[in-house]
Design a binder for this molecule. Structure first.
Ligand SMILES: [Zn+2]
Ligand SMILES: [Zn+2]
Length: 262
């Protein structure tokens, strides 16, 4: 499978960047992992949005779901999605309606968000909405999707995409934990957040600095480690050095447009 980084910013976007979004493609099947602000535009550079089979949202923080709103408007109102010819498009009896997988309670939360401007059914009518449980195993074309709950400020799930033993693991957002280490054990590629320049000084922890992210990769025995969810306001060489020190080997820093083949 090929995984393209569409956006890697934390909860505020890099200059010209996008928040979390990663597109996995395998034999014509396409899965979008997270759809944060800016991701829909980046997606359109890589593939046609009507060809996305499924969107999987790891957790209901704005930087992981906000672009479901423009994605939904496109699916609802784009001329080519209409039943009759519009603006040179022939009309379709079978408009694209990708599957949208949300954590429990996600459907109601998104209805409240879009309900703020009176469009409660926007996302339900654009997507085929499902809520997943931690032990669900999904199939999207040849890809198998598995989940693992990881500790963060809200219910959050790491996601594994696999095919024939080749595994790509996305840690979502998380504080230091053993769950992700077990879930990602021996994975081919671990995409892990490295949000912080240093651990949180007080309050509940929710994120990882690069050194801890590296250590999670080492403990998991990940074959390749990619740090993500970091700001362009951090020094990338310092992050790379810290991450590599924790991992015990070289790490990659996610960059928009980068493609990982698993
Ligand atoms: Zn985030
Ligand atoms: Zn988050």
């Amino acid at each position: 499978m090929r995984v393209t980084v569409l956006g890697k910013s934390p909860s505020w976007q890099d200059a010209a960047g996008a928040c979390s979004g990663y597109l996995a493609q395998e034999q014509g099947a396409r899965v979008l992992l997270d759809c944060g602000n800016g991701v829909f535009s980046k997606l359109r550079h890589v593939c046609d949005y009507v060809d996305v089979d499924a969107v999987v949202i790891t957790h209901l923080h704005a930087d992981h779901f906000l672009d479901l709103v423009p994605f939904s408007y496109a699916l609802r109102y784009a001329p080519r999605q209409q039943p009759v010819p519009v603006a040179g498009w022939p009309g379709t009896a079978d408009p694209a309606r990708p599957r949208l997988y949300l954590p429990a309670g996600g459907g109601e939360l998104l209805r409240r968000v879009v309900g703020c401007w009176g469009h409660d059914d926007l996302i339900d009518t654009a997507f085929d909405v499902h809520e997943y449980a931690a032990d669900d195993v999904l199939s999207v074309g040849p890809l198998t999707v598995r989940f693992c709950e990881v500790p963060h400020y809200v219910a959050t799930f790491a996601v594994e995409l696999s095919r024939d033993g080749a595994r790509f693991t996305y840690g979502a957002d998380c504080r230091p934990n053993d769950e992700l280490v077990r879930f990602a054990a021996d994975t081919d590629v671990l995409l892990i957040e490295a949000t912080l320049p240093r651990p949180e000084r007080d309050g509940t922890r929710g994120h990882l600095p690069a050194h801890e992210a590296g250590a999670h990769g080492r403990e998991a025995g990940a074959h390749r480690l990619v740090l993500t969810h970091y700001s362009d306001e951090l020094d990338p060489e310092l992050m790379r050095a810290d991450g590599s020190d924790g991992f015990g080997g070289p790490v990659d820093l996610a960059a928009e447009g980068a493609v990982y083949t698993v």
